[in-house]
Design a protein around this ligand. Structure first.
Ligand code: NAP
Ligand code: MG
Length: 476
C-alpha cells in the first residue's frame, strides 16, 4: 500500500470566466450569428460559459478581416517587426501561464500538473521558437525569398486546445500569413483567452481571428473561396472529407490525423524505465493523444515481468479532480468521447481479449474512464487496429526484432512509435524500419518546437514544428 496524499487543489480564482463569449474578428469580440452552445467542465458537468456559434456569414467576415490584415499590414511588415509581436505574445503566455493552465484544465479535463508543466510551457516555447524564424526565413532552406501564402484556415481538436493552436498560429504568423482558427466545440475557452492575449500584445487587428462553433463552422471555413491554405488536426474521417472538398482546387492542405502507435519493449530494455514510458505513452492526457502508445509490443521473454510491473504501477495512478495537483489521470473530454471508449472496449471483450483495470472509484458526476489494459490481443482485433483515443492499452507480444517491425507497421496509421532497448544499433535499425513520422527511443510523448511532427499513411501529410513546419506556410 502506498500512502495517501491530502488534496492539493489549484485555485480557480486566477481565471476570470465570463458568462458568455463572442467571436474574435478584426481584433474585437463580436456577437456570433448562430445560436450559442455551452462549454462544460468534463470533470463535473458544470456549465462554464455560453459560446457563440459562427455561421457562414461570420466566417466570411473573419476571412475578409484576415485578408485586409494580410495585404495592408502583416505581409508588408518586415520579419523583424513580426518577430517582436510573436516574442511579446510568448512572454505574455508565460506571464499568464497559471491562468491559461487552470482554464485549460477546467475546460478540457486534463490534470493541472500536465497543463501547467507540459501544455502551457510548450505553447510559449513554440511561439518563442517561431518568433526566432520570422526574420530569418531566407535561411530556412526554402529559397532566397520565400513568400507567405496569404490567409490560412486552421481547424484544431480538443485534446491539446492551446498547444494545437500554437502549432498552427505560431509558424503561420512567423511566415507572414494571417489566420482564421476554429477551435473544437468542447474546448473554445483558452483560444478565446489567447484572443485577449493578442489584444494585450497590440497585434494588428485581423492577423488572428477565432471563430468558435461546431463542425458546420469548420465546413464553412474549408469551403470559403478566399482561403489560401488549410491546416487541420483531428479525426481521419473529417481529414479525408476536407481533402475531398479541396481536391478540385489548388489550396495546399496539411492534415494531422489519428494514430495507433506501437510502443516496443525488448528484453534488454531497462524495464522500470520502460514501464514509466508505457504509462506516459497511454495514460498521459487520458490517452487523448494522436501519437499515444496505444499498442504495447512486448518481447515474450520479459512479458510476465513487464505486465506485473505495469499493473503495479497502474495501481498507483491517482484519478480524480483535474485541478488537484496530485492527479495523474483526469476526466474524459466529453460524453461522446466516453461513449466511443465504452463501445470499443466492449468490442475488445466480445472479441475475446482480457480486460484489466486497477481498483478505483470513479466520481459520480462528470465523464470518467479507469486506466485499462487488454491482454491476449491479436492483430485482427478492432482494439489493435482502431484508435480508441482514451486510457486503454492493447498488449501484444513478439519474439524477434523482425516480428516486432512487422506487427508495428501492420496498421493503416503511421504517426509515432517507441523503442525500448539497451542497444543503440537496434534503435537505429528499428527507426529505419518503422513507418512512423516520429520514433522515440527509450522515451515517449516528448515534444520540442525544433522537431518536426507528422504522419505516414492515414495519419495525414505535412509536418508541423521545426524548420519543416514553416514550409507549409511559405510559397517557394
Ligand atoms: P473531429 O471531428 O475530426 O474534430 C476536429 C476538428 O474538426 C474540430 O474542431 C471539429 O469541430 C472540426 N470538424 C468536425 N467536422 C468537421 C467538418 N465536416 N469540416 C470541418 N471541420 C470539422 O475529431 P473529434 O470528433 O474531436 O474526435 C474524434 C476522433 O478524432 C477521436 O476519437 C480521435 O480518433 C481523433 N482525434 C485525433 C486528434 C489528433 O490530434 N490527431 C485529435 C482529436 C481527435 P467540433 O469540435 O465542433 O466537432
Ligand atoms: Mg468544455
Amino acid at each position: 500500500m502506498g500512502f495517501e496524499y491530502a488534496p492539493a487543489l489549484e485555485s480557480r480564482s486566477v481565471v476570470d470566466l465570463k458568462s458568455s463569449y463572442g467571436l474574435f474578428i478584426d481584433g474585437e469580440f463580436v456577437d456570433a450569428s448562430g445560436p450559442s452552445f455551452k462549454s462544460v467542465s468534463p470533470a463535473t458537468e458544470e456549465v462554464l460559459a455560453e459560446i457563440g456559434q459562427a455561421d457562414v456569414a461570420d466566417v466570411d467576415r473573419a476571412v475578409q478581416a484576415a485578408r485586409r490584415a494580410y495585404s495592408r499590414t502583416w505581409s508588408v511588415m518586415s520579419g523583424g517587426e513580426r518577430a517582436k509581436y510573436l516574442y511579446r505574445i510568448a512572454r505574455i503566455i508565460q506571464e499568464r501561464s497559471r491562468e491559461l493552465a487552470v482554464l485549460e484544465s477546467l475546460d478540457n479535463g486534463k490534470p493541472i500538473r500536465e497543463a501547467r508543466d507540459i501544455d502551457v510551457p510548450l505553447v510559449a516555447a513554440y511561439f518563442f521558437y517561431y518568433a526566432g524564424w520570422a526574420d530569418k526565413l531566407e535561411y530556412a532552406g526554402f529559397g532566397a525569398d520565400p513568400r507567405p501564402l496569404g490567409v490560412a484556415g486552421q481547424i484544431i481538436p480538443w485534446n491539446f486546445p492551446l498547444l494545437m493552436l500554437a502549432w498552427k498560429i505560431a509558424p503561420a504568423l512567423a511566415a507572414g500569413n494571417t489566420v482564421v482558427l476554429k477551435p473544437a466545440e468542447t474546448t473554445s475557452l483558452t483560444a478565446l483567452l489567447f484572443a485577449e492575449i493578442c489584444q494585450q500584445a497590440d497585434l494588428p487587428p485581423g492577423v488572428v481571428n477565432i471563430v468558435t462553433g461546431a463542425g458546420s463552422t469548420g465546413q464553412a471555413l474549408v469551403a470559403h473561396p478566399d482561403i489560401d491554405k488549410l491546416a487541420f488536426t483531428g479525426s481521419t474521417e473529417v481529414g479525408k472529407a476536407i481533402a475531398r472538398s479541396v481536391a478540385a482546387t489548388n489550396t495546399p492542405v496539411t492534415l494531422e490525423l489519428g494514430g495507433k502507435a506501437a510502443n516496443i519493449v525488448f528484453d534488454d530494455a531497462p524495464i522500470d524505465q520502460a514501464v514509466e514510458g508505457i504509462v506516459n505513452g497511454i495514460f498521459f492526457n487520458q490517452g487523448h493523444v494522436c501519437c499515444a502508445g496505444s499498442r504495447l509490443l512486448v518481447q515474450e521473454s520479459v512479458y510476465d515481468d513487464v505486465l506485473a510491473r505495469l499493473k503495479r504501477r497502474m495501481a498507483t495512478l491517482r484519478m480524480g479532480d483535474p485541478l488537484d495537483k496530485n492527479t495523474d489521470v483526469g476526466a474524459i473530454n466529453s460524453s461522446e468521447q466516453l461513449a466511443r471508449i465504452h463501445e470499443l472496449t466492449a468490442v475488445g471483450e466480445s472479441e475475446g481479449a482480457e480486460r484489466w483495470s486497477p481498483p478505483c472509484d470513479l466520481p459520480e458526476r462528470g465523464f470518467w474512464f479507469a486506466p485499462t489494459i487488454f491482454t491476449g490481443v491479436s492483430q485482427a482485433h478492432r482494439i489493435a487496429r482502431e484508435e480508441i483515443f482514451g486510457p486503454v492499452l492493447s498488449v501484444l507480444t513478439f519474439r524477434t526484432p523482425a516480428e516486432a517491425v512487422e506487427k508495428a507497421n501492420n496498421t493503416p496509421f503511421g504517426l509515432s512509435a517507441g523503442v525500448w532497448t539497451d542497444k543503440g544499433s537496434r534503435i537505429l535499425w528499428m527507426a529505419n524500419q518503422l513507418r512512423a513520422g516520429v520514433v522515440w527511443a527509450n522515451t515517449f510523448n516528448r515534444f520540442d518546437p525544433t522537431s518536426p511532427f507528422g504522419g505516414y499513411k492515414e495519419s495525414g501529410y505535412g509536418r508541423e514544428g521545426g524548420r519543416h513546419g514553416l514550409e507549409a506556410y511559405l510559397a517557394h
